[in-house]
Design a protein around this ligand. Structure first.
Ligand code: ACO
Length: 327
C-alpha cells in the first residue's frame, strides 16, 4: 500500500491587519479583555478585492513551490472551507487559477476541523493508489459572516489560507488519525441558513432566505474543546503506536490560547512544543492549522521527521486529530 508524505506547505499573505484597539472603536471591548481571554492581539482581514479562491490559490502556489511540484502534476485538490465564493464549490476556480489541468477538485466543509478532515480524506486516495500528488488547502474568509456588532464573537475570527502538498511515498507519514462528529451539539456554533417561505404558485411555496451571521455558545464550545481534543489526540496516537512523549510539535486549531494551554497541559506537552500564532491571526477556521504549520516550517522550527500532533475542532460539532511526520 502506498504511503503519504507531506512535502510542502504554503500560506497566503493578507496585508490588512485589524488590531484589538481597532475593534474597540466598533464594539464595547478592549485589547486587555481580548488578549487576556483569548491570546489574540490582531487578525488579518481579506480586502474587498480578495476572493476565497485567490487566497486559496496563493497558499497552494507557495506550497507547490516548496514541494518543487508543477501544477500539471497535481491529481487532486481538496479545498476545506466554510466560506466558499460559490456554494456549488470553489475548488474548481482554484484548479483553473493554478493551471492544474489534470486535477479533479472539490470542496469539503467541516468548519474548523476542515483541514484535518481534508488531510485524512486526501490521504485515502493516495493510500488506495488512485492518486499520487494531492494538494490540501484550508481557507476561510469568516469576516464575511461575522456580526461585527456582536462583541462575543467578532473579536475571535480572522481570514486566512494555508495549504500542504501530499505525495505518494514508500513510507507512510500519516501515522494515525481519528475523526469525530456530534450533531447533538450542532446548536452551539452555527452559520445557518435562515429560511423564509415565499409563495411560488398556488399551494406551493419555496424557501427564500440568506445565511445568518455566526452564532456561538462560547462556554459550551470551550468545555467541548478542552475535554474532547486531548482525548482524540490520544486515540490518534494509540493508532500510531505512539505516546504523548513522542510529540515534537502540537499544532492545534488556533481558537483560543487558553484552549491550547489546557490541551497541552492535559497531554503534558511543554509550552515550547506548542505552535501558536493566535496573537497574530486569531481564529482563521479551516486555514488555521496549515497556516500555523507553514509558519513553523518556514521559521525552521519543524524539521524533517518531526512528529506533529494536529487537531481541529469546531462547528458540527466536529473534531479530529492526525499524527504526521513532516517531510
Ligand atoms: N469584550 C469585553 N467583554 C466581553 C466581550 C468582549 N469582546 N465578550 C464578552 N464579554 C463579556 C460578557 O458579556 C460577560 O459579561 P457579564 O459577565 O457582564 O455577562 C463577560 O465578558 C464574560 O463573558 P464569557 O462569555 O463568560 O467569557 P469567557 O471567559 O467564556 O470567554 C470566549 C469568552 C473567549 C468566547 C470563550 O468562551 C471561548 O474562547 N470559547 C471558545 C470559543 C471558540 O473557540 N470558538 C471557535 C470554535 S472553532 C469554529 O468552528 C468556528
Amino acid at each position: 500500500m502506498p504511503g503519504v508524505s507531506l512535502v510542502g506547505s504554503g500560506s497566503a499573505c493578507l496585508t490588512v491587519r485589524l488590531t484589538n484597539d481597532d475593534l474597540s472603536q466598533r464594539v464595547d471591548t478592549s485589547d486587555e479583555w481580548i488578549s487576556a481571554r483569548t491570546g489574540i492581539r490582531q487578525r488579518h482581514i481579506a480586502t474587498p478585492q480578495d476572493s476565497l479562491a485567490s487566497l486559496a490559490t496563493e497558499a497552494a502556489q507557495n506550497a507547490l513551490a516548496m514541494a518543487d511540484m508543477a501544477a500539471e502534476e497535481i491529481d487532486l485538490i481538496v479545498l476545506a472551507t466554510s466560506t466558499p465564493d460559490d456554494l456549488f464549490g470553489t475548488a474548481c476556480q482554484v484548479q483553473k487559477a493554478l493551471g492544474a489541468t489534470r486535477a479533479v477538485a472539490f470542496d469539503l466543509t467541516a468548519a474548523c476541523s476542515g483541514f484535518v478532515f481534508a488531510l485524512v480524506t486526501a490521504s485515502q486516495y493516495i493510500r488506495t493508489g488512485v492518486f499520487k500528488n494531492v494538494i490540501v488547502i484550508g481557507a476561510d474568509v469568516l469576516s464575511r459572516w461575522v456580526d461585527w456588532d456582536d462583541r462575543t464573537t467578532c473579536v475571535l475570527f480572522g481570514d486566512g489560507a494555508g495549504a500542504v502538498v501530499l505525495r505518494a511515498s514508500e513510507r507512510d507519514r500519516l501515522l494515525g488519525f481519528e475523526l469525530c462528529s456530534d450533531g447533538t451539539l450542532n446548536h452551539c456554533l452555527n452559520l445557518a441558513y435562515a429560511t423564509e417561505s415565499a409563495d411560488l404558485v398556488k399551494d406551493i411555496a419555496v424557501q427564500k432566505g440568506t445565511f445568518s451571521p455566526i452564532t456561538m455558545n462560547g462556554r459550551e464550545v470551550y468545555k467541548f474543546a478542552v475535554s474532547r481534543v486531548p482525548e482524540v489526540i490520544e486515540k490518534a496516537l494509540f493508532r500510531a503506536s505512539l505516546t504523548t512523549a513522542d510529540i515534537d510539535w502540537l499544532v492545534l486549531h488556533q481558537a483560543n490560547q487558553r484552549i491550547l494551554d489546557a490541551v497541552a497541559n492535559r497531554l503534558d506537552v511543554p509550552s515550547e512544543r506548542v505552535v501558536s500564532n493566535m496573537a497574530n491571526h486569531g481564529n482563521t477556521s479551516a486555514a488555521s492549522i496549515p497556516l500555523a504549520l507553514d509558519e513553523a516550517v518556514r521559521a525552521g522550527k519543524i524539521q524533517p521527521d518531526d512528529v506533529i500532533a494536529t487537531a481541529g475542532f469546531g462547528a458540527g460539532l466536529t473534531w479530529g486529530a492526525a499524527i504526521i511526520q513532516w517531510g
